[in-house]
Ligand binder design. Structure first.
Ligand code: GLC
Ligand code: MG
Length: 714
């Protein structure tokens, strides 16, 4: 993190509709609080001096049903933050549950973006399961630390849906819950830090996951928009919104008990009305103002809302609260901050009596407006009151407790003043985006240091996306074999570090490849293609196995049957145990006694076994899956990272190098090659060097004008 340029942070939030202005909050299930959260986080990070740039990756959408804004591939948020949109599946707007099959394409689009700007981020922060999947893959491919915020988790969602009577199969079909929870597991497994908004969220949501680790969890509440929610003036005219109360209230300038929530049973407005209706003292001290969404015809609303509103009207009648209670039919989003400020100006109180409250954004908005709070004794409010000391907690199931809580605030002017002041101060300290970002960066830096990733952080991050050209070399008898030659090559690698990517492709297993390179002081490659192309690892904080490659080559692989068939053949002896890998069976063969490669292929085919037979140096015999080989692995990498074959030099000396020397990549056969490679003479883009070992590689680079091109390409 000593990077003088400051950090380059990538936030990923794929689904929904995200833009810099006029967020379409609540348009559908995918445009909830998360979209607001990520935009505000990006803006706030962009303002911090430690940050060079922030990019918020989301999905590019072309759809008549939504605004053109979502088509733009880039949109500035401020001087250091912008939104970047990539295609992901169909062009039209689709729900998040339908995005799963398209996420791999999204990963590749993101990689292309990093390649284009020749820079990888310092941190990737993924939001929600879909981005968690994408972020984990990107972070692994590039050796960059991952931060994850689940926002809400699949397991808890499933539990709630099933508790509400939905059967498992329907939950699965409708919400793709297993894919979602699996993605969450992957994200948790890979994350350096996981950010939750409350302590309870950790306990209730994250702790049931297999990859849950308390150490990676960090509570950093989101910020409230302090430009919208600011304290009321103590004196002077009342905010104009008071006019909306006038046709409900006999004495509109009396203190008020303000409640703002959706018309949802779980918000427990009814207990508040009962408490108020039964308490003469409360009615004497204050009016009751309930903002419960907008309504036209209650009879046409969905069942839950209808029930809540009908009951509200009936109770107001039962307790005869006319002139004391106010429950406006409509309001605009911009009225909300005004309601808080009016209530504060009138020395009232805000109450959230919900049955459960995981976070409680309204409480923070009230606090920012200088309005003391009374809230349900549950996760979110507990954190808020502990941080701000701006009110009191109550049992939402006890009307008496609600009444007492309200009285404690309303009946004590000194206390009221303290609460009001504490709330304003507390929100700035704990719930502003400034404080969020400050805590975010401090914790992140600490975590990076703790894991000593710091040391690797600059040096070990893979440069694949930034390199213009690549050298992929075999190790034994190509890179190594002549000390002076190796040294000469290493010098060239070091000189062009960053722009010339370096990878090895070897028959050795990863551990042995790594240690022999170290022994010869060769810089750590960006990629290891090991065990004859059956394994791919990336450099990073830790070496990272490419599991998608393993999965890809596992196709039609039946190692037991192959072993049973080949091991008894004449002239064939099994290599040591360490040489046997999941996708590689290795033997020594005696060319005088054993079947030829062609005969072996026939033997396998007759038994309906599909595998590749590779002979090297007249003594090694490898059998690997049909989709594997050094050559295939090279192509897989080129595709994965969007590298042109013409920008890759491949160098080798023996049979297991054959496939990678073929094709459009620039092949170099070093002078000391073994005779299996004779058949490559005259092939397109295969150069036979005069010089041997690593000097042969240098000669090949020269032949292709590789380094000159490197200097010329911008
Ligand atoms: C390496 C491996 C060996 C393999 C040979 C040829 O020497 O250790 O298992 O057979 O390369 O690919
Ligand atoms: Mg070799």
């Amino acid at each position: 993190m000593t990077n003088k340029r400051g950090l380059y942070v990538v936030l990923i939030s794929i689904h929904g509709l995200i833009r810099g202005n006029d967020l379409e909050l609540g348009r559908d299930a995918d445009t909830g609080g998360q979209t607001k959260y990520v935009v505000e986080l990006a803006q706030a990070l962009g303002k911090h001096t430690d940050i060079e740039k922030v990019e918020l990756f989301t999905r590019q959408i072309f759809d008549e049903r939504v605004a053109d804004d979502y088509q733009q591939s880039e949109e500035d948020l401020n001087d250091h933050a912008r939104i970047v949109r990539f295609p992901c599946g169909p062009k039209r707007y689709i729900r998040k549950e339908s995005l799963w099959p398209h996420l791999d394409v999204y990963i590749d689009n993101a990689i292309k973006h990093f390649r284009r700007q020749r820079r990888v981020p310092d941190v990737i922060h993924a939001h929600y399961a879909d981005a968690g999947y994408v972020g984990a893959h990107l972070a692994n491919l590039m050796g960059v630390p991952l931060v994850f915020t689940g926002h809400s988790l699949g397991r808890e969602k499933k539990r709630l849906l099933m508790a509400n009577g939905m059967d498992e199969a329907t939950v699965e079909k409708k919400y793709e819950i297993s894919r979602r929870t699996e993605a969450e597991e992957v994200a948790l497994d890979n994350a350096l830090m996981v950010i939750a908004s409350t302590h309870q969220e950790i306990k209730r949501q994250y702790s049931s996951y297999e990859n849950y680790r308390i150490k990676q969890m960090q509570v950093i509440p989101p910020g409230v928009d302090l430009e919208r929610f600011y304290p009321a003036k103590r004196r002077g005219r009342y905010p104009a919104i008071i006019n909306q109360l006038k046709h409900f209230l006999a004495e509109p300038a009396k203190p008020c008990i303000l409640a703002i929530s959706r018309a949802d049973e779980r918000k427990n407005i009814q207990s508040l009305v009962h408490a108020y209706g039964k308490s003469e003292r409360l009615q004497e001290l204050a009016n009751l103002v309930i903002i419960a969404g907008n309504r036209d015809d209650i009879r046409r609303m969905d069942r839950g809302a209808r029930k809540v509103l009908q009951e509200l009207l009936l109770n107001i009648d039962t307790y005869d609260l006319y002139g004391k209670a106010c429950y406006p039919k409509h309001h605009e989003p911009d009225d909300i901050p005004e309601f808080y400020r009016l209530a504060a100006r009138l020395q009232g109180v805000f109450i959230n009596p919900a049955l459960t409250e995981p976070f409680g954004l309204t409480l923070i908005e009230a606090a920012a407006s200088g309005l003391p709070i009374v809230a349900t004794n549950d996760g979110g409010p507990r954190d808020i009151i502990a941080n701000c000391h701006n009110g009191t907690l109550v049992d939402p199931l006890s009307e008496e407790d609600i009444t007492q809580g309200l009285l404690r605030v309303l009946d004590d002017p000194e206390q009221w003043k303290r609460y009001a002041g504490n709330g304003i101060k507390g929100v700035k300290k704990h719930y502003s985006w400034d404080s969020h970002v400050r805590k975010y960066l401090t914790t992140l830096k600490k975590k990076l240091r703790l894991r000593r990733v710091n040391r690797f952080f600059e040096a070990k991050r893979t440069q694949i996306p930034t390199a213009k050209k690549f050298l992929i070399a075999d190790i034994d008898n190509t890179l190594l074999g002549h000390e002076g030659a190796t040294e000469r090559l290493v010098e060239v690698l070091k000189k062009h570090q960053g722009e010339l990517g370096f990878a090895v492709a070897t028959g050795r297993r990863i551990e042995s490849a790594r240690s022999v390179l170290k022994e010869w002081n060769i810089p750590e490659p960006e990629v290891f293609i090991s065990s004859v192309g059956t394994e791919v690892h990336y450099k990073g904080a830790e070496l990272q196995l490419d599991e998608s490659w393993a999965k890809h080559i596992s196709y039609q692989w039946e190692p037991e049957k192959i072993r049973d068939l080949i091991t008894p053949l004449p002239g064939i002896v099994t290599q040591e145990k360490a040489a046997q890998r999941t996708y590689k069976i290795s033997y020594f063969y005696d060319p005088k006694k054993s079947p030829t490669a062609g005969e072996l292929r026939r033997i396998l085919r007759q038994k309906n076994l599909h595998a590749k037979v590779i002979m090297s140096h007249g003594q090694f015999l490898d059998i690997i899956p049909i989709r594997a080989s050094k050559g295939h692995a090279v192509r897989f990498l080129a595709m994965r990272w969007g590298i042109e074959p013409e920008d890759i030099i491949v160098a080798g000396d023996s049979g297991n190098d054959e496939e990678m020397l073929n094709g459009n990549t620039l092949g170099v056969v070093v002078g000391n090659y073994s005779k299996e490679l004779n058949k490559l003479h005259g092939k397109h883009a295969v150069y036979f060097a005069e010089k041997t070992y690593a000097d042969g590689i240098l000669e090949g680079m020269d032949h292709y004008g590789f380094l000159e091109q490197l200097e010329q390409t911008p």
